[in-house]
Design a binder for this molecule. Structure first.
Ligand SMILES: [Zn+2]
Length: 306
């Protein structure tokens, strides 16, 4: 790329302005405007995207249901939008797992909903992390928990939550809107981006692979899957996308197991730039990259304690 002097000056001033702003302490930096979107998917089910994990929602004659709550400022916009769409109000919030970008807006939903539903381990981890952060007093937890499955009829829709054992954490739930044939997988579903694998919170790549097999086979060619995070912000996918992610996780674990059997070090195992066949999987933020995934895979392959 060649630059004219004018281009150079324009580019430099943007770069310099960016540098100056980035040198300010975080509290003094102008807040980036929050870009939010409600996207209708099918039969009253949709997605609210802003920052953090995708919020799924259902709106019908009985009111609204939300799946995950992102962060408090995002949740305020989501709650307002859902109330506008559902005159009967928001009946419930379901949490797919306890990570902050999925439950951080719970306290905003708390006064709007009758109940908050989550897997029992999600509640336990949510309590534990809030205790550790000293934020228990400002946190809203699930009041309805389940062990294996939970089901509710809502208007003309049936909502089913299922837990398949440890995957992304040990408290993941997969939420299915049966009649719409839409599955919200929370962070069990990363679309073409390197996933976070929370081993300290009980994650298991081996069982995550089995979970995705069950999730994919429970769906049909017409099932729409909502992903927790996705490349270029695309968080909607098909059964093929679920299987692709299953194959990626299996390949990561296979690479680590092979390396451990060959006596390779963690540094050697994590040096791989990309898994063959999965070169288009992108980093998500600064920390979620190939090396991070292979590091966790190495620990799992070694059977190391988290
Ligand atoms: Zn997560």
């Amino acid at each position: 790329m060649s630059l004219t002097r004018r281009d150079f000056l324009a580019t430099s001033s943007v770069a310099i302005a960016g540098l100056a702003v980035s040198r300010l302490p975080a509290w003094a930096q102008p807040a980036a405007p929050l870009v939010t979107a409600f996207t209708e998917v099918r039969r009253g089910v949709g997605m609210f995207t802003a920052t953090g994990g995708t919020i799924g929602y259902l709106v019908n004659a009985d009111g609204a249901v939300a799946v995950d709550s992102q962060y408090a400022p995002n949740a305020e916009i989501c709650v307002k939008g859902l109330r506008e769409r559902a005159p009967k109000g928001i009946d419930m919030l379901i949490n797919t797992h306890h990570h902050g970008d999925h439950v951080g807006g719970n306290q905003v939903f708390r006064s709007a909903v009758r109940r908050i539903v989550a897997h029992e381990n999600c509640l336990a981890w949510h309590r534990k992390t809030a205790q550790q952060a000293g934020t228990e007093g400002q946190t809203s937890f699930a009041d309805t928990t389940f062990t294996d499955t939970w089901k509710a009829d809502f208007g003309d829709e049936t909502i089913h939550a299922r837990h398949y054992g440890p995957g992304h954490t040990s408290g993941d739930a997969v939420i299915t809107f049966e009649r719409a044939n839409i599955v919200h997988g929370g962070d069990l579903l990363f679309r073409r981006v390197h996933p976070f694998i929370d081993r300290p919170a009980g994650a298991s790549i081996a069982n995550w692979v089995r979970t995705l097999e069950k999730v994919a086979s429970a769906g049909s060619a017409d099932t729409i899957f909502i992903f927790g995070h996705g490349k270029d912000g695309v968080v909607q996918g098909t059964r093929e996308d679920v299987t692709y992610f299953r194959n990626y996780l299996q390949a990561a674990l296979d690479h680590a197991v092979t390396g451990v059997k060959a006596g390779r070090s963690k540094e050697e195992v994590t040096a791989l730039a990309a898994l063959p066949g999965f070169e288009d999987v992108a980093a998500l933020g600064a920390r979620l990259n190939m090396a991070a995934v292979l590091g966790v895979a190495f620990d799992e392959a070694r059977g190391l304690a988290p």
